[in-house]
Design a protein around this ligand. Structure first.
Ligand code: ADP
Ligand code: ASP
Ligand code: MG
Length: 413
């Protein structure tokens, strides 16, 4: 970044995973300040800390109280922002670490997946006016009754982009452990190609289908408020991926990425009497419990009975099965079956809109690898298949190859 500006940066868990790494981030931030930029730095908890905190609470109970769990989880980010500010100050620069509530991040009251309603930027602006680097704890906010809330796993991305929007920052840089957004997870697909640019629309699909490189809500903010977002590595100086509005030339790309998601489970309710109101009876208790249902398949009925299959997050699997067993009895269905060892593999691309044949190549590729498809769903710019979890990596690599997404340079190496 050459010109002076207001920069919001976010460093993920791995980027601040040790004291040594925190020091390196501090040095990087100071360099930008020396060039005359103003810096707001959003940090995640040190790698593994959020999981460790959740695990501690699970030693007390399988179902920790959501309010208290948020108070607990929010401490991870408090540790990293304070250490970062201590590092900056020890290097002779001024810095102030603040938590979500001090940064004016107001959310609704849904613990564990709160949504940002508005951001009061007064405090952050005041600190910037004092020429301080402002370190903001990611992933957390405060509801209207002053309760601490968290934004859902991966939510520090959202803190950063939402802050960048509220502050009208010149850029929001998301620093992570890979060099940008790739045509597939570079950690399992060595030939994955770094995308120089990706449209909001495609990034939304990738994020919603499981590519955790950006939290989906951060992309929603970026799109809505037109925040320039640059995803890049905290370990190199290389340019990463710009997340931008859709451009004409992008339409040439048929498929831009392969993505997988191992976080869902499948439930089936068998021999459901096929009559009006049944879908409502089945899904109403599930929706009322706040469970997000993803893919749904209902077969054509034979002699008035049918099977209904859908997917839910693994974390909601037990509760969903319990709710469905109650409904099954009530409506006279046969039984409730479940499978947690599944994965969803998807291909995404804005160019798919006008091309037939993409789905058939996907099915052919999976069949050549002897991978059985148990559910399919399609939209204008994506096709998803549910397969057995153990074939995830194989499927991602095969599809990546079949759609010609490999980085030629890397392939030659
Ligand atoms: P952070 O802690 O920095 O927020 P995350 O672990 O949340 O990092 O997200 C980065 C990870 O996302 C990468 O390490 C990579 O394994 C994964 N990932 C999945 N799909 C993609 C993709 N298409 N491009 C880049 N990274 C991806
Ligand atoms: N620390 C939180 C998590 O692990 C938020 C984040 O990293 O973005 O989910
Ligand atoms: Mg993340």
């Amino acid at each position: 970044m050459g010109a002076m500006g207001l920069i919001v940066q976010k460093y993920g868990g791995t980027s601040v995973g040790s004291i040594e790494k925190i020091k390196r981030v501090a040095e990087r931030v100071i360099k930008l300040c020396e060039k005359g930029n103003r810096l707001v730095v959003v940090l995640s908890a040190m790698a593994g800390q959020t999981d460790a905190l959740i695990q501690l609470s699970k030693e007390l109970t399988e179902t920790p109280d959501p309010r208290e769990l948020d108070v607990l989880m929010a401490t991870g980010e408090q540790v990293s922002v304070s250490l970062f500010a201590i590092a900056i100050k020890s290097m002779g620069y001024d810095c102030c670490s603040i938590l979500g509530f001090q940064a004016g991040i107001h959310t609704d009251q849904i613990y564990g997946k709160a949504r940002i309603k508005n951001i009061d930027t007064d405090r952050v602006l005041a600190e910037l006016d004092e020429n301080r680097i402002v370190a903001v704890a990611g992933f957390q906010g405060v509801d209207e009754n002053s309760n601490i809330t968290t934004l859902g796993r991966g939510g520090s991305d959202t803190t950063a982009v939402a802050l960048a929007a509220a502050l009208k920052a010149d850029i929001c840089e998301i620093y992570t452990d890979v060099e940008g957004v790739f045509s597939a997870d570079p950690n399992i697909c060595t030939h994955a190609r770094k995308l120089d640019r990706i449209s909001h629309e495609e990034m939304l699909e990738l994020a919603s289908l499981g590519a955790k490189v950006l939290d989906i809500r951060s992309v929603e903010f970026a799109k809505k408020f037109n925040v320039p977002v640059h995803v890049r590595s905290s370990f190199t100086r290389n340019e990463g991926t710009m997340v931008v509005g859709e451009e004409k030339e992008m339409e040439k790309v048929l498929v831009s990425g392969v993505v997988y998601d191992k976080s869902e489970a499948r439930v089936t309710i068998t021999k459901v009497p096929d009559r009006p109101g049944i879908a409502f009876k089945i899904f109403d208790p599930v929706f009322k419990a706040g469970i997000v249902v993803d893919m749904i398949i209902q077969n054509t009925s034979v002699e008035g009975i049918t099977d209904l299959t859908f997917t839910v997050p693994k974390t909601d699997f037990q509760q969903t099965s319990k709710l469905l067993r109650e409904v099954a009895q009530e409506i006279g269905a046969e039984e409730v079956l479940g499978d947690q060892d599944i994965a969803k593999v998807s291909i995404v691309g804005v160019g798919m809109r006008n091309h037939a044949g993409v789905a058939s190549l996907m099915f052919e590729t999976l069949s050549k690898e002897n991978i059985n498809i148990s559910m399919i769903s399609t939209s204008e710019i994506k096709i998803s298949c549910v397969i057995e979890e153990k074939y995830t990596e194989l499927a991602v690599r095969a599809l990546h190859e079949a759609f010609g997404l490999a980085d030629e340079k890397q392939r030659d190496e």
